[in-house]
Design a protein around this ligand. Structure first.
Ligand SMILES: [Zn+2]
Length: 741
């Protein structure tokens, strides 16, 4: 365990780390030019976390460490906006934009016949991001609260979420105005959207429809740890209440926001007059699909705040701003057939096979239909999702969209074009691969098929599931087994001579070298590479093994989270369901169902959510999982964690200090008091400031006074510094500075 040298005081190092991390956030989110790697960031963050735990007096709610999670909140409170968050009128054509501009000219007296006829109006265009609008209130430079738009007058307090969004500054610095409300869009970056949906798909969970939907779901989550893991982005685009004189126009406002650490759109443009506005609108359209967030339009506004005031509001929206919406990336094509696909969790997903069509720049011929329930209630008008629905039939002309411009999906049916003989889509009554029984979720869907959200093959021996599981396990982001791709897996399974049904079988392939060599296109070199790749994969560690197993609800992030807290599979298996979710508060019913206390013991950096913890715990202790772990262990796969971080507060289970309440007194020659405290806490001790009957041990340095007397009176064990150092050495901790006197 590292203990800071004396010359570097904890307070100065903490300040330095906070500064470094905030600068790194800013470089990444505001300037889009990262100054350190993710690994370096994580390392510094871990160091800061440790220091802050050792020095609770130096705690700061705005510290970067508060951005990785924390206590879940119980529910939302409502906050009234200091100034209402008005909606913006949408327009869809050039003509609309010209008409708006003409109205602006007239309103400002610049139109023909007006007092200042012939002038132009300076405007600013910035992209309309498809996210969720929030209002952030800063008072004296510190984030006071974050509120969703809600009904425009009042919204939900989502401060707990805002604090873990690293793109948002928590402290604005010395030049911040007394009051500043910044409005902007919280969004989910497209790469994160893809990752989260891939994980949800693997976990057999419902996919998010689009990034906005996912961002909204994330922001409204009560668990900051989960919110932090989704890496939401933010772009500022408006002001609420602001102290006098902060800026005289929007362009200046944006520039001042950037100085204070807010991300603003790098695609914002100044435009004088309607021709320049239209040029900006069309100029952005072509490149917008290359961005890492979804945009659906361009917001055009009058730059000067004085002119904005002069133009005023209509009953529902400001007159000085308008949103030009780009046509949706949607097209129509014909549905040729629907294929049931069996995933590695057994989930059977309907996949549309369509006549190829170009959509947002790529040719598309497959699209997801999500589940068989949704096939039965497709919107007739995709722009009115709550409206009339129909079932999708083979031969139908369907609307196809790219959700978040990534996954094509069928979003509706052109009912007028339905051929007379269009056949209904039949959900498979048995697994299309192994012919086993399927289970429908939720159970009510048996009687009412439109309620169906999932259909699964429940045969654990299902070859389709086994194949998908093996391919997943060997994949890049899991065990990363060189040479064991989809084709090789298929080839080995098809051979019929080489057993490949379980994860452990992979590690026994070396016993079948001759049989592997007999496969087509498997030469000596290729087989050697494959076997070397498999040997190599044995040492990936616990996180990769867990994510490779494709456990429901245990994707990449959760696996890593578990591996951070548990140093080995054995330690993980010893954890109770409550241990898995130390930060989760439960309702009475939930607690009763799981047989644990409602109160969260808390105090851990990482915690599963309450829904996940029960499922994960049950799975880990299932006979199937235990068998898999035993086989992997026997095959020589490393089940220790490479991500493990020893707890820095009470929690270490072993050693002479674990669970002890210790008091330090007198002058210690070998240690900074605070460093020693951190060291002992890292070993599982609680370091207290006063001696009581609960004290287990008093460490007394030179000139110890009343605490030593009291300890003796109460019969508390007393050690001198030398004895402490011996015990620390025995516990495997190097004494940082041996006593010199
Ligand atoms: Zn099956």
């Amino acid at each position: 365990m590292a203990v800071s040298p004396r010359h570097d005081t904890p307070a100065s190092r903490i300040a330095e780390l906070r500064n470094l991390l905030e600068r790194a956030n800013r470089a990444y989110y505001v300037d889009a030019s990262p100054v350190m790697s993710d690994a370096e960031f994580d390392r510094l963050l871990a160091e800061l976390t440790e220091l802050e735990k050792a020095h609770p007096d130096l705690d700061d709610p705005d510290s970067p460490t508060k951005r990785v999670g924390g206590e879940p909140i119980d529910g939302f409170t409502t906050i009234t906006h200091a100034r209402p968050m008005l909606s913006i009128d949408n327009t869809y054509t050039e003509g609309d934009v010209r008409e708006w501009y003409a109205r602006v000219l007239k309103g400002l007296g610049l139109a023909e016949g007006g007092l200042f006829a012939g002038g132009t109006v300076a405007c600013v265009c910035d992209p309309k991001i498809d996210g969720l609008a929030v209002s952030l209130r800063y008072e004296r430079g510190r984030l006071k609260h974050a509120v969703t738009r809600g009904d425009g007058v009042k919204g939900d307090d989502v401060s707990h979420a805002a604090r873990v969004i690293r793109a948002l500054p928590l402290v604005l610095g010395a030049r911040a105005p007394e009051v500043l409300e910044v409005r902007g869009e919280v969004y989910l970056p497209l790469d994160q959207f893809a990752r989260i949906n891939a994980e949800r798909e693997e976990a057999g969970e419902e996919l998010f429809m689009n990034p906005r939907n996912a961002a909204a779901g994330t922001l409204k989550n009560l668990d900051p740890t989960l919110i932090a893991s989704r890496r939401l982005g933010f772009i500022a685009h408006g002001r609420g209440e602001a102290s006098e004189g902060f800026a005289s126009g929007y362009w200046e406002f944006l520039s001042r926001l950037r100085e204070m650490g807010f991300p603003t759109s790098p695609h914002a443009l100044q435009a004088a007059g309607v021709e320049e506005i239209l040029k900006a609108i069309h100029g952005f359209e072509a490149g917008r699909h290359g961005l890492n967030y979804a945009t659906d339009g361009m917001v055009v506004r009058v730059d000067s705040f004085a002119q904005q005031e002069q133009l005023g509001l209509t009953s529902k929206s400001p007159r000085w701003v308008i949103a030009f919406k780009y046509p949706a990336e949607r097209t129509t094509t014909r549905l040729l057939r629907v294929e049931p696909q069996v995933g590695k969790t057994g989930k059977i997903t309907p996949r549309a096979v369509m006549e190829p069509v170009v959509l947002a720049g790529t040719t598309v011929q497959h699209a997801t239909l999500h589940n068989y329930g949704r096939v039965l209630k497709s919107p007739l008008n995709p722009d009115a999702p709550g409206g009339e629905t129909t079932d999708i039939r083979i031969g139908d002309t369907v609307y196809v969209e790219k959700a978040g411009e990534i996954i094509p999906q069928v979003v509706g049916v052109v009912i007028a074009k339905r051929p007379e003989n269009a056949a209904r889509v039949v959900a498979p009554a048995a697994c299309p691969v192994c012919a086993s029984v399927v289970e429908v979720e939720p159970p009510e869907a048996e009687a009412e098929p439109t309620l169906e959200t999932a259909r699964r093959c429940i045969n654990p021996e299902c070859p389709a599931q086994i194949r998908e599981k093996l391919v997943w396990f060997a994949g890049r982001k899991q065990m990363d087994i060189d040479g064991l791709g989809e084709k090789t897996v298929d080839q080995i399974i098809a051979s019929g001579t080489i057993p490949l049904r379980t994860f452990a079988d992979i590690f026994r392939l070396k016993d079948h070298r001759a049989a592997l060599l007999s496969l087509e296109r498997m030469g000596e070199k290729k087989v050697d590479n494959l076997l070397a790749g498999i040997e190599d994969a044995k040492s990936r560690g616990l996180a990769k093994v867990l994510s490779g197993m494709g456990i429901r609800h245990v994707g990449d992030t959760t696996s890593k989270l578990l591996a951070r807290r548990y140093e080995s599979l054995d330690a993980l298996m010893a954890a109770s369901v409550r241990d898995l979710m130390p930060n989760a508060k439960l309702s009475k019913d939930e607690a009763a169902r799981l047989g644990v206390a409602t109160e969260a013991p808390g105090g851990q950096e990482t915690s599963l959510g309450k829904d996940t913890a029960g499922i994960v715990h049950a799975y880990l202790h299932s006979p199937a999982a235990k068998k898999t772990f035993a086989e992997l262990g026997a095959a020589g796969v490393d089940l220790k964690s490479k991500d493990y971080r020893p707890p820095t507060t009470a929690g270490a289970a072993k050693g002479p200090f674990a669970g002890k309440t210790i008091v330090l007194t007198g002058t210690l020659t070998g240690y900074e008091r605070e460093d020693l405290k951190a060291l002992l806490e890292g070993l599982g001790a609680k370091v207290s400031g006063s001696v009581s009957s609960k004290t287990n041990l008093l460490v007394a340095g030179e000139s110890a006074g009343s605490k030593l007397d009291k300890a003796r009176e109460l019969g508390v064990e007393v050690w001198d510094e030398a004895k402490l150092i011996d015990a620390l050495r025995e516990a495997g901790v190097d004494a940082p500075r041996p006593p010199t006197g």
